[in-house]
Design a protein around this ligand. Structure first.
Ligand SMILES: Cc1cc2nc3c(=O)[nH]c(=O)nc-3n(C[C@H](O)[C@H](O)[C@H](O)COP(=O)(O)OP(=O)(O)OC[C@H]3O[C@@H](n4cnc5c(N)ncnc54)[C@H](O)[C@@H]3O)c2cc1C
Length: 499
């Protein structure tokens, strides 16, 4: 008899849903988290009279009660009750002097808004949206199908084409291409590298099922999933890191914690990064080592969490989500993410246009985020770090002044997170927030580390083993747990782990 049937390493989205699914199915589960709160990225923290959302800009996967999307069912199954706050616009995108468009979160409204901003494109946008819907339908069908028989060939024509190519096929106007593709930042890959199926899925998810926030922020969601796990009898240890994954004859037998104690289990589900997870094993299978040695760390983020002493209306915020880019060309915005040159694109989340409940009355909670690769920050000397961080933060404010003139004057509290902050709190190399780069060669489609871990009894759940982002990781935890439950949770795994 082992101590536990399963030990889950890490209480990020996927770790939490995996642990709750396992425990609620009767598997004796221990959840181990190095931080002092659940959530990984999905947390909040307090400064002064403000509470700051760490990561959630727009949640996909919810849908309305009459037209629910997958996460509503997932939360219902885990008996997790949350109050969702709907955003009525997808976003406002502003390129100073070039374009300023707000896209409502519905298909017809978005067509009209784009026609108003770029007259003469109505039919093209309608056809493009048809493509988005049809491709997404076939993409989902293909994911569930056992073979390619019966799948519309349009999927094979469009799925892996760069988003840029498809936009070029449908539109001449550069402005409309920029306005329609700014969600590329949510995947961390520019339109020239982002497979169109990923862009289509994202547009479909937000246009058809709307973007959402959670009242109480993503921390409320993480805490509620943890509660579901605890109510079912699960055990959790915070402020505790797993340092080793123990094996016997190559199969998992448990973990070692940072206090030196060993705990036995038939299965280990890791929500930690792949380099961390495999680095904790005494031996890494050659195939996994070869795979990992060719992978590229994904992008991290630079975030300013701000408490502003003014209402959203006084500040001029009309939408919860805005993108301000200095270039209409996303490739230049992306190139700046590899350098410390001034930020060229910022995602602005104003959490009180549709209030999530954090900001005191009369005040506004805003986050400014630009993507940044971690390696440039890790090369800074400790002496240069603080100076660089605050100088770089000024460049985000410079960009956002184009959206909210005078925003600096309203700042009451501010906290700045760099890729090194992400690395410190998450334990992920490079502070990567979506795992590996999410282009066609690195993305979930061809690098499915989740299904085949190479180590019996080891299971991987989260952004490093599949797709990054809230919806994918919440779903990954449930999927991996169910797969594990199907293999027989109290059987020592000797082969075929992760199948
Ligand atoms: C600033 C920011 C903004 C974002 N915006 C969005 C957005 O708007 N929409 C969206 O969909 N996605 C967004 N994301 C991405 C999304 O939050 C992540 O992709 C997702 O939350 C990752 O979930 P995960 O399950 O992979 O776990 P993670 O959140 O990566 O958590 C992993 C957990 O494992 C723990 N851990 C690691 N090693 C160990 C160990 N050895 N022992 C014990 N515990 C360990 C860590 O402490 C952490 O809690 C954002 C992320 C950030 C940081």
């Amino acid at each position: 008899m082992t101590d536990y049937d399963a030990i889950v390493v890490g209480a990020g989205n996927a770790g939490l849903t995996a642990a709750a699914t396992l425990q609620r199915a009767g598997a004796r589960t221990l959840l181990v988290e190095r931080h002092n709160v659940p959530g990984g990225c999905a947390t909040s923290f307090r400064r002064g009279r403000y509470e700051f959302e760490v990561a959630l800009h727009q949640l996909s996967g919810i849908g309305h009660e009459g037209q629910p999307f997958s996460l509503r069912g997932l939360f219902d199954e885990l008996d997790v009750n949350l109050d969702f706050v709907e955003e009525h616009d997808l976003y406002r995108i502003k390129v100073p002097g070039v374009l300023d468009v707000t896209l409502p979160a519905d298909w017809a409204g978005a067509v009209d808004a784009l026609e108003e901003a770029f007259p003469g494109n109505k039919d093209r946008v309608a056809k493009f949206f048809d493509l988005v819907r049809t491709l997404t339908f076939w993409q989902i069908t293909a994911m569930r199908a056992k073979s390619a028989d019966g799948i519309d060939p349009m999927l094979f024509r469009y799925a892996l084409r760069p988003t840029r190519d498809v936009l070029d096929e449908y539109f001449d106007d550069e402005g409309i291409k920029t306005a329609l593709s700014v969600y590329w930042t949510y995947m961390g890959q520019p339109p020239s590298a982002l497979p169109f199926q990923d862009m289509a899925l994202m547009l479909f998810a937000y246009l058809e099922f709307k973007p959402w926030h959670v009242r109480g922020g993503s921390q409320a969601m993480s805490t509620a999933i943890l509660d579901s796990f605890l109510r079912a009898g699960g055990e959790v240890r915070f402020n505790t890191a797993v340092t080793n994954i123990l094996t016997h004859n190559g199969a998992v037998t448990g973990v070692r914690l940072d206090d030196g104690s060993d705990i036995g289990a038939y299965h280990v589900v890791s929500n930690a990064s792949l380099p961390t997870t495999y680095g904790m094993l005494p031996d890494v299978p050659a195939a996994v080592r070869d795979d990992l040695s060719t992978r590229r760390l994904g992008v991290s983020g630079f975030v300013m969490h701000m408490g502003l002493d003014a209402t959203p209306a006084e500040l001029g915020f009309t939408t919860s989500t805005s993108f301000v880019n200095l270039d209409a060309d996303p490739e230049r915005t992306y190139a700046a993410m590899h350098t410390l040159s001034p930020a060229r694109g910022v995602c602005v989340s104003s959490y009180d246009v549709a209030p999530i409940g954090f900001a005191p009355s009369g005040a506004t909670h805003v986050s400014l985020m630009t993507l940044q690769y971690g390696d440039i920050w890790s090369k800074l000397s400790p002496r240069d770090y603080a100076r660089t961080k605050f100088a770089y933060a000024e460049t985000l404010l410079d960009v956002v002044e184009h959206l909210t003139p005078g925003i600096r004057d309203a700042i009451e509290e501010v906290d700045v997170a760099t890729p090194l902050t992400m690395a410190r709190y998450l334990g992920h190399p490079g502070g990567a927030i979506y795992g590996y780069d999410q282009d066609a060669t690195e993305g979930w489609l061809f690098r499915d580390s989740e299904r085949e871990t190479g180590v019996p009894g080891l299971h991987l759940a989260g952004s490093w083993a599949g797709a990054g982002g809230f919806q994918p990781t919440l779903q990954a935890g449930v999927r991996v747990a169910r797969r594990l439950l199907r293999t027989g949770v109290r059987e020592r795994q000797t082969q075929g782990a992760g199948r």
